[in-house]
Design a protein around this ligand. Structure first.
Ligand code: FAD
Ligand code: FES
Length: 258
């Protein structure tokens, strides 16, 4: 089967953070927020395993979707070599999406680093909802897509670890302060493990609906190899769920963070 689709735009958003816009009738026709695509990062045998990247934004009119990735290792370095006009081998949409809020509800999204990208698609997809976005980055140099998040939400709070932009410190601090005076109907989070763990545990304690998008290392990406397992509660016991097939989105109360 041919999964190749045309790249219509590439852009560098910050050091080591790149956007690829891909035209695909198939993927844009089916995608929901929270899902991801599995990308072959080279046309040869290099980085043979596909790499999972979240769907960050979809334009139904142009039949295009954006992925934004951080250059980290072999796969994502190879991705940097793709240009506008190239064909890219991409399978999707894969995995489960977020539970969408209903009109009139109040939601908060809490994202850190590369975990912010699936949250933009979520914000852009819900109308008539009161949306507050909390985004955390290492420093000012790493802040990306601020305008898009500002446009897609009613209120945006940015935090940087070193205080070079927005609130100083981890993004969980302004989020928890906000939670002291607000009770959202739903919270969605994606990002580094300590951040999602802390957000999830806080929401569970306060009995606030919370969904977590997990970013586990993957092998096959289709539920066959179990490389992406994460520990989940199963009655009084625990079990393992596959992030690629059973997730990447899980209810906060189901996850066991270790
Ligand atoms: C469902 C899902 C959605 C994702 N969405 C995005 C996205 O929108 N944008 C983005 O930039 N990245 C995203 N990722 C992470 C991305 O898949 C990895 O960064 C990528 O596979 C790294 O490949 P590589 O060959 O460049 O790096 P590798 O050479 O494989 O690894 C380089 C370094 O990154 C670490 N690493 C690799 N993969 C992961 C991972 N999944 N989680 C934590 N650490 C990892 C390795 O331990 C190593 O230190 C997502 C992952 C999942 C599972
Ligand atoms: S990556 Fe193989 S089962 Fe999830």
């Amino acid at each position: 089967m041919d999964f190749r689709e045309r790249i219509v735009k590439t852009e560098t958003l910050a050091k080591d953070i790149h956007l690829i816009r891909i035209r695909s009738e198939q993927i844009t026709g089916k995608a929901v927020p929270g899902q991801f695509v599995n990308v072959r990062c080279s046309n040869g045998l290099d980085a043979y395993l596909r790499r999972p990247i979240s769907i960050c934004s979809v334009c139904p009119t142009d039949k295009t979707f954006d992925i934004v990735y951080m250059k980290r290792g072999k796969g994502t370095s190879l991705l940097c070599g793709f240009c506008e006009g190239d064909m890219i081998d991409v399978i999707g949409p894969l995995g489960s999406g977020f539970t969408m809020p209903s009109a009139g509800e109040k939601i908060a999204v809490v994202g850190g680093g590369i975990g912010i990208f699936p949250l933009l698609y979520l914000l852009e997809s819900c109308n008539g909802v009161n949306k507050t976005a909390f985004l955390g980055f290492r420093s000012k140099d790493a802040v990306v897509m601020k305008d898009a998040f500002e446009y897609a939400s009613n209120k945006l709070v940015v935090a940087t670890d070193d205080g070079t932009f927005g609130v100083k410190g981890f993004v969980t601090k302004p989020f928890f302060d906000w939670l002291n005076v607000n009770r959202p109907d739903r919270v969605y989070t994606c990002g580094p493990l300590p951040m999602i763990k802390s957000v999830a545990e806080h929401c569970v304690k306060k009995k606030i609906f919370c969904e977590v998008s997990m970013e586990q290392r993957m092998g096959c990406g289709i539920g066959a190899c179990l490389v992406c397992s994460c520990k989940v509660k199963e009655g009084p016991d625990f079990d393992y769920a596959r992030v690629c097939k059973d997730g990447p989105v899980f209810p906060a109360e189901k996850l066991i963070f270790e």
